[in-house]
Design a protein around this ligand. Structure first.
Ligand code: MN
Length: 305
């Protein structure tokens, strides 16, 4: 005879096992240290988000300069979000745009764009993200948007700045090619429950303090994610922290990513790489930068030839 065990009731807490937690890996871009939260072991994307690099704050006396010379992209939007400092974005569309904390730079590459990033004030600390473009727009023209003003949402225990998509009743006017959300959360101690879109995958990247996501502890340097349908995101914080919330509809197809290129096949990447190395100015028009152009490394399939 066995008694009833594990019978779900209305009191059953949100299952912790739907949250997966992965440690980010540290890397260096130019001279700047970063923690790459996405892609991570066993997970390439969250919605259309395909890269999340959290810049490590540099030494205050000798900050690591943000100096990333002209380099190409295809098939993605770069989402630049600063927490400290100031940077100048320049690109092959002729854009020169200063960005400060609380502002969004959104560059969409379509079939090809090149850009450079230069820190212009103080140690730069921020988050560089990529969103993969869907089939419908990824072969299109490049574009750039700067949003100096972004909506905020009151979360009770804090506030969110919504830079892409909608959260807690606030909607960003920035371009999105697929349904997604990106928000910077500034949370005080306590708990908040946010309505989730069950068609979305979600990820949280704590910046300076731990966050509990639907019952799972996520420390800074880690990514917490929910990739099965959920209607609720419960965030719990013991001590104030900042955290990045990303989410979105799963992508329409599997990505082929190499270096700065987001494609679907190796041939597409190969062509984008050759065009950059050949200085094809139809695809990547030249633009003014004090920084040196970054040479693409040879892809592994070329090195093997
Ligand atoms: Mn870039």
């Amino acid at each position: 005879m066995s008694g009833p065990i594990d019978t779900p009731t209305d009191e059953t807490p949100i299952a912790q096992d739907i949250v997966e937690v992965r440690e980010g890996r540290t890397a260096t871009i130019g001279t700047m240290g970063i923690v790459r939260a996405l892609p991570t072991k066993g997970r390439r994307t969250i919605g259309a988000w395909c890269l999340v690099d959290v810049m490590l704050p540099g030494d205050e006396l000798d900050p690591d300069p943000l100096e990333i010379g002209p380099h190409p992209h295809i098939g993605l939007s770069t989402v630049t979000w600063l927490l400290e400092g100031e940077a100048l974005h320049s690109d092959s569309l002729g854009t020169e745009q200063l960005i400060r904390p609380g502002q969004l730079n959104l560059m969409t590459s379509g079939r090809g764009v090149a850009h450079a990033e230069l820190g212009t004030g103080g140690g730069v600390h921020g988050i560089q993200m990529w969103v993969a473009q869907p089939e419908a727009t990824r072969h299109g023209n490049p574009a750039f948007e700067h949003h100096a003003e972004l909506p905020t949402a009151d979360l009770g225990i804090g506030e969110a700045t919504v830079f892409l998509g909608s959260l807690a009743g606030s909607t960003s006017r920035a371009r999105t090619d697929t349904a997604l959300v990106g928000a910077d959360l500034r949370l005080g101690a306590g708990a908040v429950e946010l309505a989730a879109d069950p068609t979305f995958e979600y990820g949280i990247v704590p910046i300076d303090g731990r966050v509990m996501l639907n019952g799972a502890v996520v420390e800074p340097g880690y990514l917490g994610m929910i990739t099965s349908p959920t209607e609720l995101l419960r965030l719990e914080v013991e001590h104030g922290t900042r955290a990045l919330l990303i989410g979105g509809e799963p992508l329409d197809s599997k990505l082929y990513m190499w270096w700065n290129f987001v494609a679907r096949t190796r041939d597409e990447v190969d062509e984008a790489w050759r065009d950059w190395q050949d200085g094809d100015t139809d695809r990547y028009p030249e633009f003014r930068s004090v920084l040196d152009r970054i040479d693409a490394p040879a892809p592994p399939w070329v090195r093997a030839d």
